[in-house]
Design a binder for this molecule. Structure first.
Ligand code: 5RP
Length: 222
């Protein structure tokens, strides 16, 4: 029987366990792939100091698994951050934020020595942008930023009836073909009212673990 997408996510999550550093604080992302990782982490909870979490949802799961969750302000060293992605190119530039946790994800990615991205094989693409690019914005800036994003050739759609853990709005920008991820990340980040853009290129992943029907495959930046 063919392997499901969820089974491939599980394969990637299991393979990421090799990267967990004993007695350290593990950076934990958000999403269905990470949920598998949290499940695996629970089995070795006595071998780690605890975790920092990129969302209320992951915090809840970590605590339910008996893993201590630290405030990022009380942590100075995170050897490894494990998180999923909506898309990765071959240079391991990412689009993230499908689950709305992009800002906290980018903070923890920035704090961490190594970013290990876990995903099923469908997430690897040649050019970023088919997946609508999430942009977290301060609510009063939403329409202004949407107009600015249209000027860049995108079609922003407000994620209605949704607020991030930070109390902000998300615009999902369709129709972008992201040829220069770092440049676009910097351009959108510089707009007043943008909290975070879901391009992770200035700090992309260091390793990508793809779940495939043949098992986990490790990809390094091209
Ligand atoms: C959440 C994210 C997730 O990493 C991304 O959406 C991938 O999710 P999943 O593992 O469910 O496919 O960026 O903000």
């Amino acid at each position: 029987m063919a392997m499901t997408q969820d089974e491939m996510k599980r394969k990637a999550a299991e393979a990421a366990m090799e990267y967990v550093v004993a007695d350290s604080i593990v950076g934990v992302g958000t999403g269905s792939t990470v949920n598998h990782f949290i499940d695996c982490l629970a089995d070795i909870k006595n071998k780690i100091e605890g975790a920092v979490s990129s969302s209320e949802a992951s915090t809840k799961l970590l605590k339910a698994a008996g893993i201590e969750v630290f405030d990022t302000n009380h942590v100075s060293h995170i050897p490894v951050y494990i998180d999923g992605a909506d898309e990765s190119d071959h240079y391991l530039n990412l689009i993230k934020g499908g689950g709305g946790a992009l800002t906290r994800e980018k903070i923890i990615a920035g704090m961490s020595d190594k970013f290990v991205c876990i995903a099923d094989e469908s997430k690897l693409v040649d050019i970023l942008g088919k997946f609508p690019l999430p942009v977290e914005v301060i609510p009063m800036a939403r329409s202004y930023i949407a107009r600015e994003l249209v000027k860049l050739g995108g079609e922003p759609v407000w994620r209605e009836n949704y607020l991030t853990d930070n109390g902000c709005d998300i615009l999902d920008v369709h129709n972008l073909e992201i040829m220069q991820p770092i440049k676009l990340e910097n351009t959108i980040n510089a707009m007043p009212g943008v909290v975070t853009v879901g391009i992770f290129a200035n700090r992309g992943a260091d390793v990508l673990i793809l779940g495939t029907p043949e098992g986990a495959k490790v990809v390094y930046p091209k």
